[in-house]
Structures are given as structure tokens and as C-alpha cells.
Design a protein. Structure first.
Length: 365
């Protein structure tokens, strides 16, 4: 076990209990939806056996004060007990093979939005939908987790883009046009390892129109899961900073899901942001989905990305409730363990504050 992993969660909590975190990606709403938990009871529950990585109790214990809460539509609705295994092979088939109809995807999206709305309306002291930086700061001060709503894969949006206005009115502030499968907007990268993100063609005409519409609506665009040709299309068309909510450096882990140095340079030039993803498949040199993974690999990603895009453009992008993470960072309550490891690695308090909180808020202003 590495030095960083020897720190217990209790030691980390004592040292960093006041460090607040804004995280760039989680799949909590998806997990509630797969369980038919329309009132978010699992999020509200403080039971130690709670299967979710993010609950109000765990968030409070770990300092998780806010994040991008993803709405992900699967090709096949998974059973409630389908959680990531402790180990999975580096290469796996893209989830779902049937074509997902736009009306079906839109309904699934509305279902997950309804869960977020219920939590916001009935339990606003614990969960608050936020649309901007001031909303986030207010929610954090009042003890609620600040939830910025995000769509991961735009299958819910039709070619005429009319759904964007409705989704924006419901609180959607960020859209990732692609997940790791093709849709009418372009192509996502496959779950192959090792591999380059330069697989497939760029955005379709629909995809380019989506980028322009999101720019006009003030909706942030997320390039995580997008292939490299699509990345460059967004860089050319969009006027916004380039945001990768949960991706790592391809130079350290050659997964197609990670970003090449050339992509990182473009993000730096545009004043964008990379959220460091804790998923072991995007950390390990062997690409394995294995919980027996050292936190040192996360620290290496932070260090490299800071050197490449700058300390103002790197943040957290955990993928809680959506991927196989290191055992020592399995849920939000364990975040102090990582922060303690960052301190031991040599990151000072001002830098840690940027990585944990300030950088995401500055991009969401």
C-alpha cells in the first residue's frame, strides 16, 4: 500500500473537515431512478449500509458541498442491484445495443428531473438545484448540497433542438452531447484499452447546430466521452471555455476517454477546465476497473494536469455512483482521505482550495 493510502478516513476528516468540495460529475440521480426511488429516500438516508456513494449524510461528512448531478439515459434500464463490480476487464462492450428512441430518452430524462425537483422542493435544506455561482454559494452556506443539473449524452434532444428550451427552464446548465455511443449529434469514444480518442468522425450537422444552440442558451458544453474529432468541432464552433467534467490525461493512462496533450493545450488556451476522474479505468496503466488502486494515481493526474493546463483549470470530476473507484475513495465521506493525501503530496492550502472548490465555481459564474 502506498503512503497516500495509509491515511485513514478518520485522520483525513480531522485534518480537512472544513475543506468544501464541488465535484464535476456523479450519477446519483441515475442510481435513484434505477431503484424507482422517486422521492430520493436513499439520498436522505443516513444508514451505514446505504449503497449510494453520495447521500446527504456522506456529503456532510466528506465536505461535498456541491457538484454537477448527471442525468444519464441507458439503452436498457438496469436493475437496481446492478452496481459496478470490484473488478472488471479493461475492455468492455458499449452498454446497450438497441436504438434508444428520442421520446423514450426524453421521458427517462424527465423522470430523473422529477426526482431532483422533489428533493429540491421537499428537502431544500438538504438538496438545492442551482443555476449559477451565487445559487451555489447560498446553498452551501445554508447546508444544502448545491446541485447543478447536467445531461450526459443528449439522446433526449431531437434534431429540431426544441427540447433545449424546456430542459434549460427545468434547471439544466450543462450538456455533454455524447456518451460512449453514437447518436444523432456525433460519436462517443468506446470502452477499449489502450486506445486513442481519435476514433470516428466529427459532429454531425445536428451536433454542430446543438453546439450553437447551447452557446445561445448559456448552457455549458462538456467534452467528456466525446471523440477527438468532435472535440475539435466544439473547439472551433463554440465561444465557451472547453470543459471536460470527468476526464484525465492520456499521457498517463492511454484510455480513449482521456485527453491528449494537444487537447489539454486547447483547454488551457480557452481557459477551460478538466475535472480529474477517480474511475480506476482512467487512472491505471493497465486500464483495469479494480478497486485495489492507489490514490497516488489520482495525485499524479492532478500534478500532470496542473502542469499542462494550469492550477486555475483543474478540479474534481469523481464519477461517484457511476464507475469503479479506488476502495479508499468509494464514496463522498472519503473525500478527506484524498485531501489529506494531496497535502502529503505537497499541495498547499491555497492550491487545494482551488482544486476542490474555487475553480469549478469560477467556470459556473
Amino acid at each position: 500500500m502506498s503512503l497516500s493510502d495509509r491515511h485513514s478516513q478518520e485522520e483525513g476528516a480531522a485534518a480537512t473537515e472544513r475543506q468544501k468540495v464541488f465535484d464535476g460529475h456523479n450519477d446519483m440521480l441515475y442510481q435513484l431512478w434505477t431503484r424507482g426511488d422517486q422521492k430520493g429516500q436513499l439520498f436522505l438516508s443516513g444508514e451505514p449500509s446505504n449503497p449510494l456513494s453520495i447521500t446527504h449524510h456522506k456529503a456532510q461528512n466528506g465536505g461535498l458541498a456541491g457538484g454537477l448531478f448527471a442525468i444519464f439515459v441507458p439503452a436498457n434500464k438496469r436493475p437496481a442491484n446492478n452496481r459496478p463490480a470490484n473488478k472488471r476487464p479493461a475492455n468492455r462492450k458499449i452498454e446497450g445495443t438497441r436504438n434508444l428512441s428520442q421520446p423514450e430518452a426524453f421521458q427517462y430524462t424527465l423522470d430523473m428531473l422529477a426526482i431532483a425537483d422533489y428533493l429540491n422542493d421537499a428537502h431544500g435544506h438538504s438538496f438545492r438545484i442551482c443555476r449559477n455561482k451565487s445559487d451555489i454559494i447560498k446553498a452551501e452556506k445554508e447546508g444544502a448540497i448545491a446541485a447543478v443539473l447536467h445531461i450526459e449524452g443528449a439522446e433526449a434532444i431531437g434534431a429540431d433542438l426544441t427540447e433545449i428550451e424546456q430542459l434549460s427552464s427545468r434547471g439544466i446548465r450543462s450538456i455533454g452531447p455524447l456518451w460512449s455511443r453514437p447518436n444523432i449529434f456525433g460519436q462517443g469514444v468506446p470502452f477499449t484499452y489502450p486506445g486513442s480518442p481519435d476514433q470516428g468522425s466529427g459532429l454531425t450537422a445536428n451536433g454542430k447546430a446543438l453546439v450553437k444552440e447551447c452557446d445561445a442558451a448559456g448552457i455549458m458544453l462538456d467534452v467528456s466521452h466525446l471523440n477527438e474529432a468532435g472535440f475539435w468541432d466544439i473547439a472551433k464552433i463554440s465561444n465557451q471555455p472547453i470543459i471536460a467534467s470527468h476526464s484525465n490525461a492520456h499521457s498517463l493512462c492511454p484510455s480513449p476517454r482521456n485527453l491528449t496533450d494537444r487537447q489539454l493545450d486547447a483547454i488551457a488556451e480557452r481557459g477551460g477546465l478538466v475535472g480529474v476522474c477517480f474511475a480506476t479505468a482512467y487512472l491505471r496503466e493497465d486500464g483495469a476497473r479494480d478497486r485495489d488502486t492507489s490514490l497516488d494515481l489520482i495525485l499524479r493526474q492532478f500534478d500532470y494536469l496542473i502542469s499542462r493546463v494550469g492550477e486555475d483549470n483543474v478540479a474534481f470530476g469523481s464519477d461517484f455512483d457511476g464507475a469503479v473507484l479506488p476502495a479508499s475513495l468509494s464514496d463522498a465521506a472519503a473525500l478527506p482521505t484524498l485531501i489529506t493525501a494531496m497535502q502529503a503530496y505537497g499541495f498547499g492550502a491555497p492550491l487545494i482550495a482551488k482544486l476542490c472548490w474555487d475553480n469549478w465555481l469560477n467556470k459556473l459564474a
